[in-house]
Design a binder for this molecule. Structure first.
Ligand SMILES: [Zn+2]
Length: 115
């Protein structure tokens, strides 16, 4: 199950950030999820919920920020309209994927010690 290893990697990165900041816990993790990243958000959230117990992320929530796929021509820099064939509308070259294929850790919110 792909989402479980992704959830594990996210949890480890969030915990590392939490330790580096000397925070008490991770409150919220915000992700940018590309349309073509191959991530099933519900499965990722379920996998995360299953492994966060007893970690610095035990009460952390996951938030998803969707990123649409963008294809464009490497030569003309023209974007291909959604639903159109993946070729440049101007010169006909095959379009390349410019955005929407990645999963990124956008933001981690921490709970800090009361001073
Ligand atoms: Zn072109």
């Amino acid at each position: 199950m792909h989402e479980l290893s992704v959830a594990q990697a996210l949890l480890e990165r969030a915990e590392a950030i939490c330790r580096a900041e000397k925070a008490r816990a991770v409150r919220r993790i915000q992700l940018r999820v590309g349309e073509l990243a191959g991530i099933e958000k519900r499965q990722l959230a379920a996998a995360f919920a299953a492994i966060r117990e007893g970690t610095l992320c035990a009460h952390a929530t996951l938030a998803f920020h969707d990123v649409a796929a963008v294809w464009s021509c490497p030569t003309c820099r023209v974007d291909v309209p959604r639903g159109a064939p993946l070729r440049c509308p101007t010169c006909g070259r095959p379009a390349v994927l410019m955005a929407g294929d990645a999963l990124l850790l956008e933001r981690v919110e921490l709970e800090v010690q009361d001073v």
